[in-house]
Design a protein around this ligand. Structure first.
Ligand code: SF4
Length: 217
């Protein structure tokens, strides 16, 4: 079976999975989304209210913020794979229980193996804990760790910034670092000829522009 077909089969298995107690309360399982060949994979915690309704990862406010963060890293949703450590919503957004993480791990492990991304970005402490033992997100956010043949970059969860606005610029800065890590160039400043600024010659009888007006430019 090809990797693409196996990813699709895993998706179907997740949609019908009954391996842990989270199956009972879910509306839709959220297997993850993205192409079958990616350089970067994002791993969050678990579906929230909107994800459980739609069956898609990172929708709603946290999803909109993730889109902003992806833009800061010069990435688009269509070119990355996004999933979670548990594929069904924990009730009232509580933390996933150890037995739920263990039951669901087999899906994530196989997704990682099939996608084989160069970079994994963990979003929040539960996905961080899968790769970094005893890590503290407040100390290692925005840092890259060489694990096996890939880099694991540990980030705060975007939803954390919705509750703590002070984390917003921190996340934006950390995602901007991802741009360098992925070898992407800084945005190129527009060339002078691209600017809609036209320069006309000063007429002989025209007074020069006062300094305070010049400072506007
Ligand atoms: S959380 Fe994972 S293991 Fe539990 S029912 Fe959903 S897909 Fe299955």
């Amino acid at each position: 079976m090809s990797d693409t077909n196996r990813l699709q089969t895993i998706r179907e298995e997740i949609l019908h999975c009954q391996k842990c107690a989270l199956a009972k309360g879910r509306n839709k399982a959220v297997p993850g989304e993205g192409p079958s060949s990616v350089d970067v994979m994002f791993i969050g915690e678990g579906p929230g209210f909107h994800e459980n309704q739609q069956g898609k990862p990172f929708v709603g406010q946290a999803g909109a913020f993730l889109d902003e963060l992806l833009a800061a890293a010069d990435l688009k949703r269509g070119e990355v794979f996004i999933t979670n450590v548990v594929k069904c919503r924990p009730p009232s957004n509580r933390d996933p229980m150890p037995e739920e993480l263990t039951a669901c791990e087999v899906y994530l492990d196989e997704q990682i193996q099939l996608l084989n991304p160069k970079v994994i970005v963990t979003l929040g402490r539960f996905s961080m804990a899968k790769f970094i033992e005893n890590g503290r997100i407040s100390q290692i956010h925005g840092k890259a760790h060489q694990i096996g043949n890939r880099l694991v970059v540990t980030m705060y969860h975007p939803a954390a910034a919705l509750h703590q606005p002070a984390l917003r610029p921190v996340l934006v800065e950390d995602f901007a670092k991802l741009r360098h890590l992925l070898g992407k160039e800084e945005p190129v400043p527009p060339k002078v000829e691209d600017l809609s600024l036209t320069v006309r010659p000063v007429k002989a009888d025209e007074k020069p522009m006062p300094p305070e007006q010049l400072s506007l430019f």
